[in-house]
Design a binder for this molecule. Structure first.
Ligand code: IPM
Ligand code: MG
Length: 360
């Protein structure tokens, strides 16, 4: 029996990078005798255009019935005028919540072949960089109460609020994911909060410390988010696993991705209990380059590798994809987003996909 993968190509460069990724997966299937069945469903702007809704019910149902979800990207200027409740971004939040994907893993890795791409001085990255951000994804201010209150006093104007709220259950489960992963890596967890100001952060810090007791081998460090943002560019090598709330993780993962110099290379996984998960590149839909054939498909291809490893239990196959990507870079190929020198061969989306598939 084959593995059932829900494919959500989405908007902008999403369909282009997903297309190349499916090519690579097909090659893996052939090589290792695995069968991947793809169920293409609608999400984001593409879903709004086809059905009027950013996240059709059918998409959620099909995703829930599959082994894993592969997502391209959603959003674009075309749908900016949609009401807040039906924007493409809302579909992303909706599917995360509907599938209970509370643990978002965002690695920030400097690839050996691309070490000059980082905007940081090479001394700061001496010996490479491998950070894993574990972002809580279904709670906090993203899902707390929101309200826009009408103006009652013209001097004050309208008033809006968004509530940051966390339960110990939510903090405990994300902390466990972080500590479990740290055990398989550098055995260090840095928990990031704003406990000097926020009550929800004080609960976060206290609860993470309780979970840490079950992991005596793992070192726990606590940082305020402002300091963490600074440390990420000052001395990023102090980090192994960073665990943090939804909004802080959103911000810090963008910062960390830029340290690697190549956002087009970074995959992500969004996981729930058990093995099910959704996999997507860290980058967005890049409407400015959609249709030009310039998009780097590697972040999505590496997301598929994470999918094979975490959701389908196919680690040898995942290694084969990661090795093929390394081989592609070693052979001197670069997509336009990666700093190329005169001896590099710059290739577009489709050629990159073909080459990587050939290298499986
Ligand atoms: C991300 C994105 C999303 C988020 C947006 C598009 C809703 O920035 O996945 O990091 O804020 O979570
Ligand atoms: Mg973000």
């Amino acid at each position: 029996m084959g593995y059932r993968i829900t494919v959500l190509a989405g908007d902008g460069i999403g369909p282009e990078v997903v297309n190349e990724t499916l090519k690579v997966l097909d090659k893996v299937g052939k090589k290792f005798g695995r069968e991947f069945e793809y169920d293409h469903c609608l999400i984001g702007g593409a879903a709004i255009d086809a059905t009027g809704e950013c996240l059709p019910k059918e998409t959620v149902e099909k995703a829930l019935a599959s082994d894993a979800v592969l997502l391209g990207a959603v959003g674009g200027p075309k749908w900016d005028s949609q009401p807040a409740a039906n924007r493409p971004e809302k579909a992303l939040l909706g599917i995360r919540k509907a599938l209970n994907l509370y643990a978002n893993l965002r690695p920030a890795v400097v690839f050996d072949e691309l070490k000059d791409a980082s905007p940081l001085k090479s001394e700061i990255l001496q010996g490479g960089l491998d950070i894993l951000i574990v972002r809580e994804l279904t709670g906090g201010i993203y899902f707390g109460e929101h309200e826009l209150k009408p103006e009652t006093d013209p001097e004050i104007g309208e008033v809006a609020y968004d509530v940051e709220e966390y339960s110990q259950m939510e903090i405990r489960r994300i902390a466990r994911v972080a500590f479990d992963l740290a055990m398989k890596r550098g055995k260090k967890v840095t928990s990031v909060d704003k406990a000097n100001v926020l009550e929800s952060s004080r609960l976060w810090r206290r609860t993470v410390a309780e979970v840490a007791k079950d992991y005596p081998e793992v070192e726990l460090d606590n940082l305020y988010v402002d300091n963490a943002a600074m440390q990420l560019v000052r001395a990023p090598k102090q980090f192994d696993v960073i665990v943090t709330s939804n909004i802080f993780g959103d911000i810090l993962s963008d910062e960390a991705s830029q340290i690697t110099g190549s956002i087009g290379m970074l995959p992500s996984a969004s996981l729930t209990e058990g093995s099910f998960g959704m996999y997507e590149p860290v980058h967005g839909s890049a409407p400015d380059i959609a249709g030009t054939g310039k998009a780097n498909p590697i972040a999505t291809i590496l997301s598929a590798a994470m999918m094979l490893r975490y959701s389908l239990g196919l680690s040898e196959e995942a290694d084969a994809i990661e090795n093929a990507v390394n081989e592609f870079l070693k052979a001197g190929y670069r997509t336009p987003d990666l700093q190329a020198s005169p001896d590099h061969k710059v290739v577009g989306t489709e050629e990159a996909g073909n080459l990587i598939a050939d290298m499986i």
